[in-house]
Write a protein that binds this ligand. Structure first.
Ligand code: MG
Length: 385
C-alpha cells in the first residue's frame, strides 16, 4: 500500500457514499470510442478535465454573458458564468448525495456551444440557418464536444461519456448529428438537472449583480420582487449600513443561498417521497425531481421576466445586441458569398460536410472580439491588414 488513491478506490467510495439514484462512474455506459480507463481518475473526472483543457472552453473568456468584454473588466463573461454555475452545481450535488464530478463536468461543458455575443448571436444564426436545420446553442455544445475539437488522433471531439453528453443535451433532437446522439428519456439524470438549475441560479444572481453594478438596475424597482425583498430584509444591518458594493454583494449572496437551499430541500423531499431505487428508475419517471418549491418557482419566473425587461432589453444593452446581430449576420453573408475568405482549414471541411453548417460552426466558435475584429477587417476598405 503506497498511499496512492486509484480509480478503483474512487469508484468504491462512490458506491458507499452516493445515493442509490446517483450516477456511478463505474457504471458509465462508456464512450463512443473505447478507451483504456485512467489509473487515478474516474470516467467523469476525466470528462471534466477534457473539457477544461479544450479550446472551446478557453474561448468562453471572451464571449458575452450580458456585456461585451470592452464594457468593463469586472462584469461576468461566459467563462466566469460557467465557473459560478459549476460551483453551485457541486454544492447542490454533494448535498443531495449525487455525483459531484458528473454535475460539475456537465456544468462546465454546458455553454461551450455558445456563439459570440450570447443569445443575440444565436438568434441571428438560427434565422440564417432556418432552411438548413437551424441553430441552437445546446445542440452546438454537443457538436463541439463530439465533433469540433481536434485533440486526439483516434477520434474527432473529446469522446466524453454518454452520461456527460446526455447531460448537456437539454431537449430531444431530430436534427442530424455526426455521431449517435444519446437517447432521450422521460427524465434526465439528477446530476444533469442539478447542473441546469445551478446555471439558472448563477445567471439570475450574477446578472442582477452586474445590472446593479452598471447602474442599469436599482434596489427600489427590485423591491417589487418577493424573493429579492426577502433576501434584502434578511441581509445584516451592518451590510446595509456599509452600502455600495458590500450591500449589493451581501443581498446577492443571501439570494443565492435562499434559492440553493430551497432547491436542495424541495428536491430532497421529492426524492424521499418517490424513493427512486436506481438511476434507471429516475430516467423512466416523467417530469423532474430536481426543482424549487412552488412559491419560489413562481417568484423566480417573475425575477427572470424582470431581468428580461429591465436589463437584457435596456437601451444600453440593446444597442450592443443590435450591433452584434449585424456583425454575425454580415459575417455569415460574406462567407456564404465568398467562401475563399474562410481560413483553409475551415474550407477543407466543405469537401465532406455541409458548407453552410461548417460556416455556422466557424462563426459560432468565434469570440466576441475575434468576430468584431474580423468584421472590421472585412468591411473596412481602408483597413489593409
Ligand atoms: Mg449557462
Amino acid at each position: 500500500m503506497n498511499g496512492l488513491r486509484t480509480r478503483e478506490n474512487f469508484e468504491r467510495e462512490e458506491g458507499e457514499r452516493l445515493a442509490a439514484y446517483a450516477v456511478k462512474s463505474a457504471e458509465s455506459r462508456g464512450r463512443l470510442v473505447d478507451e483504456i480507463d485512467h489509473p487515478h481518475r474516474t470516467a467523469f473526472q476525466r470528462d471534466r478535465d477534457r473539457v477544461i483543457h479544450s479550446r472551446a472552453f478557453r474561448r468562453l473568456e471572451y464571449k458575452t454573458q450580458v456585456f461585451v468584454y470592452h464594457e468593463g473588466d469586472h462584469y461576468r463573461n461566459r467563462l466566469t458564468h460557467t465557473l459560478e454555475g459549476a460551483q453551485i452545481a457541486r454544492t447542490v450535488a454533494r448535498t443531495l448525495r449525487l455525483n459531484e464530478d458528473l454535475a460539475e463536468g456537465i456544468a462546465l461543458t454546458h455553454d461551450v456551444g455558445h456563439t459570440p455575443f450570447g443569445h443575440a448571436g444565436e438568434r441571428v444564426l438560427d434565422g440564417l440557418m432556418s432552411e438548413n436545420g437551424g441553430f441552437d446553442h445546446n445542440r452546438q455544445t454537443l457538436r463541439v464536444v463530439d465533433w469540433l475539437e481536434f485533440r486526439y488522433p483516434d477520434f474527432r471531439g473529446l469522446n466524453l461519456t454518454q452520461e456527460t453528453r446526455e447531460g448537456v443535451l437539454k431537449h430531444g433532437c431530430e436534427w442530424e448529428h455526426p455521431v449517435p446522439v444519446p437517447p432521450v428519456r422521460p427524465q434526465r439524470s439528477l446530476e444533469a438537472q442539478v447542473a441546469d438549475t445551478a446555471d439558472e441560479i448563477a445567471y439570475i444572481n450574477h446578472d442582477l449583480d452586474d445590472g446593479l453594478a452598471a447602474g442599469i438596475l436599482d434596489f427600489e424597482s427590485l423591491a417589487e420582487n418577493r424573493l429579492w425583498r426577502e433576501a434584502f430584509e434578511s441581509t445584516s444591518d451592518k451590510a446595509h449600513r456599509a452600502g455600495g458594493s458590500i450591500e449589493r454583494a451581501q443581498v446577492v449572496i443571501e439570494l443565492i443561498n435562499r434559492l440553493a437551499t430551497d432547491l436542495v430541500e424541495t428536491t430532497a423531499a421529492r426524492l424521499t417521497e418517490a424513493v427512486p431505487g436506481s438511476v434507471d428508475e429516475v430516467r423512466e419517471t416523467a417530469g423532474s425531481f430536481v426543482g424549487f418549491s412552488e412559491g419560489v418557482e413562481r417568484e423566480k419566473l417573475v425575477l427572470k421576466r424582470f431581468l428580461y425587461e429591465r436589463f437584457y432589453n435596456h437601451p444600453r444593452v440593446l444597442r450592443m445586441t443590435r450591433k452584434a446581430e449585424r456583425i454575425v449576420g454580415e459575417l455569415f453573408e460574406v462567407y456564404q458569398t465568398d467562401p475563399a475568405l474562410l481560413p483553409p482549414r475551415v474550407r477543407e471541411r466543405f469537401e465532406t460536410e455541409s458548407p453552410v453548417r461548417v460556416t455556422a460552426d466557424y462563426i459560432a466558435g468565434m469570440t466576441d472580439r475575434f468576430a468584431m475584429e474580423e468584421h472590421r477587417k472585412l468591411q473596412d476598405p481602408h483597413d489593409l491588414s
